[in-house]
Ligand binder design. Structure first.
Ligand code: NAD
Length: 338
């Protein structure tokens, strides 16, 4: 049993903790919370609560939350720390982890250089094996890698041009915007192109990102050039063989991200999460070797299966296909709706 500690229990951290708790080859030792808020109170029903340092203990215990220890103790109690703190905090924490000689997995808000390998389960599972520090790439990069890896494998993908229409912030977060504006990244390529190349090597990538006032999902408009000519049916057939891609269709009434997420609620998943990338079937079009498609990313949850697989890769617990299948079964991924 791999002992997994969580540092950071926000959008991503709480979902990793839940995902890990469903596995039979790993266990959650505890989570670090900085404040004794409602999230900490609810989390304390399921997980041991740790705090960053001794100065926080009294505040938590005064709020009625039993504290198991500090981050220092959590590192002693764990084989790996999943760092899901806000971007750039992970880089500060890396020093603490390396001083303590504890292994760690970081998230996509951190730079590539924080870790010895960046991770996506389909495209480079083996590169994280036996590493001490791994980074699971961001929700957008994970979404791109999920659908582009199959195209690389089957059709010798050469070049990608993607427009990323990004959600402004997560549903719980009432502080950030924009609330009535569209914010382009102003950079060609946006940071997503080099990030994708950390997990899929040998392809040309151009991306641009545009933030819009929504909290539900990101949408990607992808144009790809393959190494050979094909047709839409063959491309769709390849993409739909991968369980972490969920084909959806306007014919079934799914025409916006609202309906994608409503489908997810109907599926009854934990927190209504959609771990799969939603791929609009009718958007998959091909002209010679040029492919177009449109996909939607549930940014709060698509990286959760990857975090579980990253632990198995790091600790060399099992090979790629077995890990992916085990993770998928535990999270209910692969039950295609349409
Ligand atoms: P979040 O703000 O929702 O959660 C971060 C949590 O860490 C909060 O609970 C915060 O209180 C806590 N925290 C802050 N400082 C801390 C510290 N020093 N020690 C312990 N806990 C601390 O952030 P998030 O959206 O979950 O993002 C976490 C990471 O995951 C970032 O690298 C982000 O880029 C990445 N990521 C986010 C998303 C997304 O859409 N939200 C998707 C994929 C990856």
């Amino acid at each position: 049993m791999i002992k997994v500690g969580l540092n950071g229990y926000g959008t991503i951290g709480k979902r990793i903790a839940h995902g890990v708790s469903l596995q039979d080859d790993m266990t959650v030792t505890g989570i670090v919370k900085t404040r004794p808020d409602y999230i900490a109170k609810i989390a304390s029903r399921s997980f041991n609560i740790y705090v960053p340092d001794q100065s926080k203990v009294a505040e938590f215990e005064d709020s009625g939350i039993k504290v198991k220890g500090t981050l220092e103790n959590l590192m002693d109690d764990s084989d790996v720390i999943m760092d899901a703190t806000p971007e750039k905090i992970g880089a500060q924490n890396k020093e603490i982890y390396s001083d303590k000689k504890v292994r760690a997995i970081f998230q996509g808000g951190e730079k590539e250089t924080i870790a010895q390998a960046s991770f996506n389960a389909y495209s480079n599972f083996e590169e994280s094996t036996d590493k001490d520090y791994v980074r699971v790439v961001s929700c957008n990069t994970t979404g791109l890698a999920r659908t582009l890896y199959p195209l690389k494998d089957a059709f010798n993908l050469k070049k990608v041009n993607a427009t990323l229409i990004r959600r402004a912030t997560d549903p719980f977060d009432s502080k950030k915007g924009p609330i009535n504006a569209i914010e382009p990244s102003l950079k060609f390529p946006s940071h997503h192109a080099p990030d994708l190349q950390t997990v899929i090597k040998g392809i040309e990538v151009e991306t641009v990102a545009i933030k819009v006032p929504t909290t539900l999902m990101h949408v990607h408009v992808v144009q790809a050039e393959l190494g050979k000519s094909t047709d839409a049916e063959s491309v769709f057939d390849v993409l739909s063989r991968y369980n972490r891609i969920m084909p959806v269709s306007g014919k079934d009434g799914i025409v916006t991200t609202s309906q994608v997420m409503e489908m997810s609620r109907e599926l009854g998943r934990n927190r209504s999460d959609l771990y799969e990338i939603a791929l609009w079937k009718e958007s998959v079009t091909v002209s010679g070797s040029k492919v177009n498609y449109i996909q939607a990313i549930h940014q709060e949850s698509d990286v959760i299966p990857e975090n579980i697989d990253a632990i198995r890769s790091m600790f060399n617990l099992m090979e790629k296909e077995k890990s992916i299948e085990k993770t998928d079964q535990s999270l209910g991924i692969g039950k295609k709706v349409f």
